[in-house]
Design a protein around this ligand. Structure first.
Ligand code: PBG
Length: 351
């Protein structure tokens, strides 16, 4: 038979020989059988990534220019409010359920207590109002944390070298109230202060915002992978020290369970693990343990690694992007915050 001649290994001489070869291995279950064709691989596929799984983090800037590139995140730009509205409309048209805006705050507006965070007419509040008015169908998830607003780059207020917990919570609560008043659909506390979820929940309820959800950055690690984000919002140069007294130690896993448990007890509707791929074990463990809506944040450093390798021709960027995001679904995540969101959505749409 012609076809046998081109096989890379010596072909069996007859069907009988082939049967003999099989039985000599003694295999009753051949895992490769289900992988033999695309239709079969599709049929037995366990996890799927869809546009419904995507949350798109975007960067805002108060400038006349529509866009300015984030140097450490190729393909990502900071957007002014008009452009953010256009992008939100495009995201909605692509079927992306939600966006997560982050502000680059003018350095002159930053101070030790992050007071600009409480200005109800700050960049975030204006952007949220504009996006809500123009694109009411897209969800808006707003960070509660002070780092874009503080002169020292920490997520809370300080006494000397110490980041204060309860004093920071008091301010974060007011920040959350301002964002909810502006129209935020979800408040996402990313500050890792103790007790902030409960305090924010109580304040939102007191304001009649009982429908505003809380997505807690429940297990957020003190990670090197946030580097490019700090470039994007301009905190890299300003950050004094590191965040290890409030963000989690990368060595810990049981502690993540305790963090998630507390945030759920305090009223979190959804929990998040961050960073993403290096902490996939935490995503799987949290989902298995609590069975609640669980999200992962594919952070700026993860995005930058894929983009840098792809731009060097060392990785197929599209394939690495899709594989990395599918991994979150396989681990049990209900959705992923990813800077790839519009690119993935377009790719999924094209089929
Ligand atoms: C701020 C915040 C950070 C990120 C999201 N919210 C940075 C930090 O904690 O220093 C990181 C996101 C990313 O790296 O993509 N509280």
């Amino acid at each position: 038979m012609e076809s046998r001649v081109v096989r890379p290994f010596p072909a069996p001489q007859s069907r009988q020989d082939e049967a003999h070869a099989a039985s000599s291995l003694g295999l009753t279950r051949r895992m490769r059988r289900n992988r033999k064709a695309e239709w079969s691989r599709r049929l037995v596929r366990e996890a799927a990534l869809t546009t419904d799984d995507l949350i798109w983090p975007i960067f805002l800037m108060d400038t006349p220019e529509a866009r300015s590139p984030v140097e450490w995140m190729p393909g990502v730009d900071r957007l002014n409010i008009d452009e953010a509205v256009r992008q939100a409309a495009e995201a909605a048209a692509l079927g992306i359920p939600a966006i997560a805006p982050f502000p680059y705050v003018d350095k002159a507006l930053r101070d030790p207590t992050g007071s600009e965070a409480l200005n109800t007419n700050n960049l975030m509040c204006r952007a949220v109002r504009a996006i809500k008015a123009a694109v009411p169908q897209i969800g808006i998830i707003c960070d509660a944390a002070l780092d874009p607003y503080t002169s020292h780059g920490h997520d809370g207020v300080m006494d000397g070298e110490r980041v204060l917990n309860d004093a920071s919570v008091a301010i974060l609560v007011q920040q959350a109230q301002a964002l909810a008043d502006a129209g935020a659909d979800v408040i996402a506390p990313s500050d890792m202060m103790d007790g902030r979820v409960g305090a924010i929940r109580a304040a939102l309820d007191g304001d009649g915002h009982e429908d505003v959800q809380i997505m807690a950055y429940a297990a957020k690690y003190a990670s090197a992978f946030y580097g490019p984000f700090r470039d994007a919002i301009g905190t890299n140069a300003t950050l004094v020290g590191d965040k290890r007294t409030y963000q989690m130690d990368p060595a810990n896993s049981d502690e993540a369970i305790a963090e998630v448990m507390l945030d759920l007890e305090e009223g979190a509707d959804m929990v998040m693990i961050k960073p993403g791929l290096p902490y996939l074990d935490i995503v799987a463990r949290v989902k298995d343990h609590f069975r609640v809506p669980t999200f992962a944040y594919q952070v700026s450093g993860e995005y930058a690694m894929i983009m840098a390798a792809a731009n060097n021709g060392w990785l197929d960027g599209d394939k690495a992007m899709l594989e990395s995001l599918l991994a979150f679904k396989r681990a049990g995540a209900d959705g992923v915050l990813t800077y790839f969101a519009p690119r993935v959505a377009k790719k999924l749409k094209a089929g």
